[in-house]
Design a protein around this ligand. Structure first.
Ligand code: ATP
Length: 271
């Protein structure tokens, strides 16, 4: 049984649509997971569930030993840091970047009249520094580039010192330089044994930072493969999940994938 996250026979249905179909998945201490799959596979639904923001239609979700539905989610949420596009839309654009991060210690977006201790503001500043955006602490959040915002969101997600860090497509929309800088920061985090368990959603194997240990491959709400990253990210598994024949390569600690065979499709990405 996963000691950090456990999904057992989890299904999510909306009307006649089955979004997740009897998903089993275990995550243990120290693991760094990537969740991969084509559009509509159910990746965000899984992330929303392990963030305690969505309940399964059937099956059980256990988050750090507490079963969803039997625990106050407000107690659970500080234990799970989430960075996602949906959160970005809720953050006040005029808010000072330092406050965007520090308000996470209260689980709120938007500073009101709370008093923060210097311990909190020092931690927020240190996290911004780790992600290379410390110099932007006094700027309004809405003036940041999308790459800078992604890094602020991750600093915010780490602020309450969570047991689990969930990243829903952190590299989406970044240019090559922005993506590589983010990957370097995430690789450093992945290699830090004091860092929380990490679960990151992506469409592209090229966006998996070095140091990630496990992969969950989804297709149409079903687990195609799950386990150690080298066992899961095989050409066979990825081809099945994405519905086209793919070649997968590993150069040192990075993956790449493209349509099998030369010609018109060579170089295509996997989403
Ligand atoms: N409330 C809902 N009612 C009906 N269908 C829904 C609902 N919410 C999600 N879905 C569907 O469930 C499927 C899985 O959605 P989800 O966002 O989890 O996929 P995803 O793998 O994250 O996709 P993407 O890569 O496109 O972000 C999609 O087909 C989506 O349209």
């Amino acid at each position: 049984m996963g000691d950090v996250l456990e999904l057992a026979g989890v299904s999510v249905r909306r009307g006649t649509k089955t979004i997740l179909d009897r998903v089993d998945w275990s995550v243990n201490e120290g693991e760094r997971w990537v969740v991969l799959g084509p559009n509509g596979a159910g990746k965000t639904t899984v992330i929303q569930m392990v963030a305690g923001r969505l309940h399964p239609t059937s099956g059980t979700v256990t988050i750090i030993g507490e079963q969803l539905g039997k625990v106050d989610v407000n107690e659970l949420r500080p234990l799970v840091g989430l960075a996602s596009a949906a959160l970005d839309q809720r953050l006040p654009m005029g808010e000072r970047v330092l406050d965007v991060v520090v308000t996470a210690s209260y689980g709120i977006t938007g500073r009101w009249r709370e008093q923060y201790e210097s311990l909190d503001t020092d931690r927020a500043q240190a996290l911004l520094d780790v992600f290379g955006v410390g110099h932007l602490a006094e700027r309004a959040y809405g003036t940041l580039s999308s790459g800078e915002r992604k890094r602020v969101q991750i600093a915010r997600a780490l602020m309450p010192d969570p047991e689990v860090l969930l990243l829903d497509e952190p590299a989406a929309g970044l240019d090559l330089g922005g993506r590589e800088e983010l990957m370097a920061a995430l690789a450093e985090l992945a290699g830090d044994n004091r860092a929380p368990v990490i679960v990151m959603v992506t469409h592209h194997v090229e966006e998996i930072p070095p140091g990630f240990t496990h992969a969950l491959l989804l297709r149409e709400g079903v687990v195609e493969a799950a386990g150690p990253i080298d066992d899961v990210l095989t050409p066979q598994n990825l081809s099945r999940a994405f519905g086209l024949e793919l070649e997968v390569e590993r150069h040192r600690d990075r993956f790449s994938a493209r349509a099998a065979g030369a010609g018109a499709r060579a170089g295509a990405h996997v989403s």
